[in-house]
Design a protein around this ligand. Structure first.
Ligand code: NAP
Length: 358
């Protein structure tokens, strides 16, 4: 897959991280420092605002360069962690130079010529990339899809009904800054006892959210789509179908923002081809790569964002057979939206590509 001017196939591929200063980019640099090092040069790119800043990766202070055409000279693989419009403009520029792009934004996910890859579920798809671009799923989809992929492989998925409880870091640095600011304004107050009192206290600047997120639950993520759906909800449906190879899978989704810094949670109602047992489901989840079963409610054991933040796996608890349907399961799923939900999955995809250089 290497283009003209690429290193000899025995050389380690050179990697660019585009958006190295952002919420996902920051976690990606930590992950690159923790995982087996398969890379030659690692080049850090961001906007011109950040050029000259120094960030640590693999224990070395590395200067950030401004994104531009020359920024991809000698690069083999580029991880894009930038807003969708920036990715839409620059990923094709890098790909035209023979760079394999792995993009974290929504710009290419539903392009039929761009594979949408979760290494535990559809690793083979990474090789079919006619545009030289591989897409990384949305963090909400990623927070549940590894567990669902394992259950689907055994039972055959027929329908999904999910609700999300999404952390503010899913909206980037701005989301985190907004919650921290609002928490400082409401801490130690009696707010939350009368309509509108939280909004008055935090002011009109609700950051990337339509309502205050501190002391609140906001049933909205993303932008408005047809018939009252949000973009995030449509992404969860469309991406789940594409990754699982089930183009007509019925999926009902409601996305909700909660005052958690990092780690998304979802309740999942999954209906399968035939009858399922909790015992079989637990065995699959307990042995599936990338999944941890944490399910002992009698002992107070189930995953929560506060416990799973900073970890790599998809955590699953509250596994029950649906009360009125022997073919369906109820689950609670929790995962770090910045790690498996974003940076870790892109690093795993990049490692699949790097293996092609051996
Ligand atoms: N947060 C999540 O949980 C999550 C999960 C999955 C996918 N994603 C996606 O990943 C991408 C990054 O998200 P994020 O949450 O990390 O955003 P973020 O915290 O806002 O960071 C944005 C990054 O993009 C860079 N950037 C912005 N405009 C640029 C430009 N014109 N040229 C070059 N670089 C530019 C910024 O550089 P400066 O610092 O120089 O401005 C920064 O490094 C987005 O597409 C997002 O949808 C996010």
């Amino acid at each position: 897959m290497a283009g003209a001017g690429r290193p000899e196939r025995s050389a380690r591929p050179a990697l660019a991280v585009v958006g190295a200063t952002g919420a996902v980019g920051t976690v990606l640099l930590q992950i690159l420092s923790q995982r087996a090092d398969v890379w030659g040069e690692i080049r850090l790119l961001a906007s011109a605002r950040s050029a000259g800043r120094k960030l640590a990766v693999r224990g070395e202070e590395t200067e950030v360069m401004a994104l531009g055409e020359e920024a991809f000279d000698g690069i083999d693989v580029a991880l894009f962690d930038v807003p969708g419009e920036v990715a839409a403009e620059w990923a094709p520029v890098a790909a035209a130079q023979g760079v394999v792009v792995i993009d974290n934004s929504g710009a290419f996910r539903m392009d039929p010529e761009v594979p949408l890859v979760v290494p535990e579920v559809n690793p083979h798809a990474v090789r079919m990339r006619p545009r030289g671009i591989v897409a990384n799923p949305n963090c909400t989809t990623l927070s549940m899809i590894v567990a669902l992929g394992a259950l689907h492989a055994e039972f055959g998925l027929r329908e999904l009904v999910v609700s999300s409880y999404q952390a503010v870091s899913g909206a980037g640095r701005a989301g985190v800054e907004t919650l921290r600011r609002q928490l400082s304004l409401v801490a130690g107050t009696e707010l939350g006892t009368g309509p509108g009192d939280v909004r008055r206290a935090v002011g009109d600047d609700t950051g990337p959210f339509p309502e205050p997120v501190a002391l609140n639950v906001v049933p909205w993520a993303g932008s408005l789509r047809e018939d009252g759906w949000s973009s995030e909800e449509m992404e969860v449906r469309d991406e789940s179908r594409k990754i699982l190879g089930l183009p007509r899978l019925p999926v009902a989704v409601t996305c909700v923002r909660v005052p958690v810094i990092t780690a998304h949670s979802l309740t999942v109602h999954a209906r399968f081809e035939g009858e399922v047992t909790v015992e079989a489901a637990r065995e699959i989840l307990a042995t599936a790569p990338g999944v941890v079963l944490c399910d002992d409610p009698a002992a107070g054991e189930f995953p929560t964002p506060a416990d799973v933040v900073g970890t790599d796996p998809t955590w699953v608890g509250r596994v029950r057979r649906a009360l009125d349907d022997p073919t369906a399961l109820e689950l609670f799923v929790c995962g770090d939206n910045l790690r498996k939900g974003a940076a870790l999955n892109t690093a795993q995809i990049a490692e699949l590509v790097a293996a092609e250089f051996n």
